[in-house]
Design a protein around this ligand. Sequence first.
Ligand code: 2OP
Length: 190
Amino acid sequence: MITADFHASRNEPRRLAQSNYDVVKAVVEQIVKHSPNCIIIVVTNPLDAMAQAALKVSGFPKNRVLGMAGVLDSARMSTFVAMECKVSVENVHSFVLGGHGDDMVPLPLFDRAEFPPRSVAKESIDAIVERTRKGGAEIVNLLKTGSAYYAPSAAAVEMVKRFLRTRKRFSLAPLPEGEYGIKGLFVGVP
Ligand code: 2OP
């Protein structure tokens, strides 16, 4: 797992890419040296650019370099849904697709929740979608310096567990080659 969100928020992708590229490159070189058969899960922002960098520097096939997006963002969305509906977060399953940033696509699939359907006002749904999109930035702004370490770390661990223990569907950010009509970008897909 690579995580190195130094110095800048994900809303400043150019500056972030410049400061994080060297870190990602150095870490990936060590990964390749010491663990040549591993799967790399890139957590570093800007996610697409850093996953591209990890793929290139590692020389790994694309099925061994993945971005960690959906699990983190879905967990945040589930939290907000649970707070709104006053149910346990354990009973909410959310799905967030697309890029990891303010343009991500949180899907308000409340019908998938394992609790009796209840009407959620459109304004509340819109607020949940918006807060999910800006969840990382919200934490970064609260911390003032550094990045949102805890949720990304927990989400990366959760992603590894799902790889190893379940075949349950979840979203991650691979490099599609035309699947879902997407090519050449690390974005969240099912
Ligand atoms: C996050 O979403 C900052 O991208 C980081 O926690």
